[in-house]
Design a protein around this ligand. Structure first.
Ligand code: GDR
Length: 354
């Protein structure tokens, strides 16, 4: 039986990849987590008793831990979803971001080169590598021009993956993944911050309590959002090609943060409208609802300059034509399906791990 190492399994992509491979393959899965004083098994607890699932400790900032696991497991596949993945934080912790997201990839490649040179390696790449984009939509030929320490680290990782691929003849690739979300998305990312904020507001309304608005930064940023479930399928197809080619995975649509908010509030059945401009822009509940529900507050969303970034990627719009044609990859979720699922999941799960 073949072995796969997946890192980052407590997070969104790693945990969905475990689900996907348990369901669709007979691989032995070595799910890697970093040692934490308070372990976080929430997203993969459903597999803990599965004979095909093995939990291993591995830290991208520690080459010994990677070397040990790769030497023992001799993987056929290594899928690296571990990262400091929050762009906003990468200005506060630039060295740690670079160490984990770029140098950590060298550590994985070195271990593979020494102990499992036939192993297929996938590293999570990002549309953030395109940065201040030169043309729309962005395809595989778009130049790398990152705007954040995170984007710079991922672009460096891309170069080192190519260097190892060519120097040692490794099957090593880094896809270009545009934004991808789900009910398992981390709380600090804008989509989940919005859907969790809606949950809090609805709860307050139900309990006839006042509520605090959701505070956000740049509402004009445009992103190409997909469902993470579609992307783990794309990554699995990418790592199983005959030759190591790197593809864009994207929905091929772009929406502003403001549009995401509008659709999310629609699915929460809260009639609302925007007022004001710039830093004073606010989303408020419609007057008829204030009277009907005897609301104690009315502002749902407000701008907080704290959430603006030192440098922003204004627009991302992917072109995944090649992945669709060459891998036969076809995403199943639309933008509205995604927003609906996230809103409904947070409304239903009042006592999740958040
Ligand atoms: P992003 O995701 O940086 O695109 O990276 P994020 O959800 O953090 O931001 C998307 C856009 O929303 C704007 N924004 C806010 N963002 C956050 N987090 N919080 C806010 O309050 C807020 N207000 C506005 C941001 O400025 C930005 O323009 C994600 C990550 O998953 C990366 O790891 C991945 O590589 C890329 O997607 C593709």
């Amino acid at each position: 039986m073949k072995n796969v190492i997946i890192t980052g399994i407590s997070g969104q992509d790693g945990s969905y990849m475990v689900d996907y491979l348990i369901e669709n393959t007979n691989l032995n899965i070595f799910g890697a987590v970093r040692r934490l004083s308070k372990p976080n098994y929430f997203n993969f607890q459903q597999h803990l008793n599965n004979k095909r699932f093995n939990l291993v400790t591995l830290d991208l900032s520690d080459s010994q831990s990677i070397d040990n696991v790769v030497r023992e497991v001799k993987p056929d596949y290594f899928i690296n979803f571990a990262a400091q993945s929050f762009v906003g934080a990468s200005w506060q912790i630039p060295e740690q971001t670079f160490d984990v997201d770029a140098v950590g990839v060298i550590r994985c490649l070195e271990a593979i080169r020494r102990h499992a040179p036939k192993c297929r390696f996938y590293n999570a790449g990002s549309s953030e590598e395109f940065g201040d984009v030169k043309y729309c939509p962005q395809d595989e030929k778009h130049p790398l021009s990152p705007r954040s320490p995170y984007g710079a680290a991922k672009a460096s990782a891309r170069h080192i993956v190519k260097v190892y691929r060519e120097s040692y003849n490794l099957f090593a690739i880094q896809g270009y993944l545009f934004n991808h979300e789900s009910p398992r998305r981390g709380e600090e990312f804008v989509t989940r911050k919005i859907t969790l904020g809606i949950r809090k507001i609805l709860k307050a309304i139900k309990n006839k309590e006042p509520f605090a608005p959701i505070e956000l930064g740049n509402l004009d940023a445009k992103r190409d959002w997909s469902h993470a479930l579609d992307f783990v399928d794309g990554v699995w197809k990418m790592i199983n090609q005959e030759s190591p080619k790197e593809f864009v995975l994207s929905s091929n649509e772009t929406h502003t943060v403001r549009e995401f908010i509008n659709v999310a509030f629609k699915y929460a059945n809260l009639d609302a409208s925007w007022h004001g401009n710039g830093l004073s822009e606010e989303l408020s509940v419609h007057n008829h609802l204030i009277e009907e529900h005897d609301l104690k507050s009315s502002v749902l969303v407000r701008i907080n300059p704290q959430f603006f970034r030192p440098a922003e990627v204004d627009i991302l719009l992917g072109d995944s034509t090649l992945a669709r044609a060459k891998l036969g990859w076809q995403p199943k979720y639309s933008f509205t399906d995604l927003v609906k699922e996230m809103v409904e999941s947070d409304m239903a799960n009042e006592c999740q791990n958040t």
